[in-house]
Design a binder for this molecule. Structure first.
Ligand code: PLP
Length: 418
């Protein structure tokens, strides 16, 4: 793969777009972002016309792969009739009904655009319901880049994160956070026993620590959070922006059998269009009729909601999640075997169709990951396999056993060359 056109396109983009990337995290793509001309199923084609097996899947949304015809058709149909209208339209309830039908605890929802926005709405609902201010989150979890939650990426058991993550972020926002350790039941018990004194309104948890190594919750972790939240009057919020509609059609509540008060969905819900939602108990959500402000010009945009409805229908296909699980397990076994054959090269974590490369003795990160990952990423890219800088691997229903086979063969060659 020459990558030459992408290199030139990146140079040109840097002259007009700050940093040359649409989202800051993409700056960590090496040697630079791939510039894509076309994307279909499990593959993308770059500006040189070279084809890559895509394990980035747009950083998560594409559970059905690129350009699922059912989603494209639904969007095309509504685009012919309207774009954004700023008033009611039928897709608002059709898409909402489809989502609530999938999510076991879905009594009501609110539409937003991005995961970052929807997390803010969920926390506002929790604060309004409890009359408390602070949020307990977990170290190494990411909930969007908004000031109020972009913190505590490394620190655990801190009453307040010591420092902002981003320059320019308001330090006072950190006063609202308490940071605990994921899967540490005793620490959660200790902190939440003081929920009233510490003014804790919500527990905000990504149930599979998607951005901190794809760590599955221990058997007691989520059930204990549920019990503690009930006992101490705290709202339990699952951030399912990555997990939702990926680990199961009903999200983490279905997969792990624990019911939160609110779930935040994003990425996968609209098959590649921009859409997020807060889903959960009607009593919490209905606070928008009694003083909680939730707004947005582009909320409930018909194009995205057409995609939501079509995606939800597609995800309801019998056997879909079993097939997704099979291809992901196949990846874990075959690619994992190649890694294991050369000691010290690292291993894989997996929850459903989300995997993570874990370097030997090292940690993983949001912007990149340690060990041999950069070299693997580069070698695989040059052989036509696109991976994430963080070492996360997103599978979709469009990936096949032969994609996985080819990936394992290429990885073997890359590792031998290291
Ligand atoms: C768990 C989690 N929550 C929230 C977000 C923020 O979503 P968005 O990028 O749509 O704002 C992300 C984004 O990657 C995420 O992984």
């Amino acid at each position: 793969m020459a990558l030459e056109s992408s290199r030139l396109a990146f140079e040109r983009t840097r002259r007009s777009v700050g940093g040359g990337v649409g989202s800051g995290l993409r700056a960590s793509m090496r040697p630079h972002p791939l510039f894509v001309r076309e994307a279909r199923g499990a593959h993308v084609w770059d500006l040189d016309g070279d084809r890559y097996v895509d394990y980035v899947m747009a950083w998560g949304p594409l559970v059905l792969g690129h350009g699922d015809p059912r989603v494209v058709e639904a969007v095309r149909d509504v685009a012919d009739r309207m774009q954004v209208v700023g008033t009611g339209h039928e897709l608002e309830y059709l898409a909402a009904e489809a989502v609530l039908d999938a999510v076991p605890h879905g009594e009501r929802l609110l539409w937003s655009n991005t995961g970052t926005e929807a997390v803010q709405v969920a926390l506002r609902l929790a604060r309004a319901a409890t009359g408390r201010r602070r949020v307990l989150k977990f170290a190494r979890s990411y909930h969007g880049w908004h000031d109020s939650v972009y913190a505590g990426l490394d620190e655990a058991d801190s009453d307040r994160p010591a420092a902002v993550v981003s320059k320019g972020q308001s330090p006072s926002a950190l006063d609202d956070l308490v940071v605990a350790r994921f899967n540490d039941v005793a620490m959660a018990e200790r902190i939440l026993a003081e929920a009233v004194e510490r003014d804790i309104a919500a527990v905000l948890v990504d149930p599979i620590l998607s951005n901190g190594g794809v760590e599955a919750p221990g058997p007691d972790f989520l059930p204990t959070l549920r019990t503690l939240c009930d006992r101490h009057g705290v709202v339990l919020v699952f951030d399912e922006v990555i997990a939702g509609f990926r680990v199961a059609r009903g999200g983490s509540a279905e997969r792990f059998g624990v019911t939160p008060d609110l779930s935040v969905f994003g990425k996968a819900m609209a098959g590649g269009l921009t859409q997020s939602a807060v889903v959960g108990r009607a009593g919490l959500i209905d606070q928008v009729t009694s003083g909680v402000v939730h707004a947005g010009t582009f909320n409930a945009n018909p194009l995205a909601l057409a995609a939501v409805e079509a995606t939800m229908r597609a995800l309801d296909e019998p056997g879909l999640y079993e097939a997704l699980e099979r291809v992901a397990a196949d990846f874990e076994v075959k690619v994992g075997a190649v890694l294991a054959a050369q000691p010290g090269r690292g291993s894989l974590n997996r929850v459903g169709s989300l995997l993570q490369y874990v370097p030997e003795g090292g940690g993983t990160g949001l912007h990149g990951t340690g060990g041999h990952w950069d070299a693997i990423l580069d070698g695989m890219l040059r052989r036509g396999f696109l991976f994430m800088p963080s070492g996360k691997v997103f599978l979709s229903t469009a990936h096949t056993a032969s994609d996985v086979e080819a990936t394992a063969e290429a990885l073997d060659k890359v590792l031998c060359e290291l």
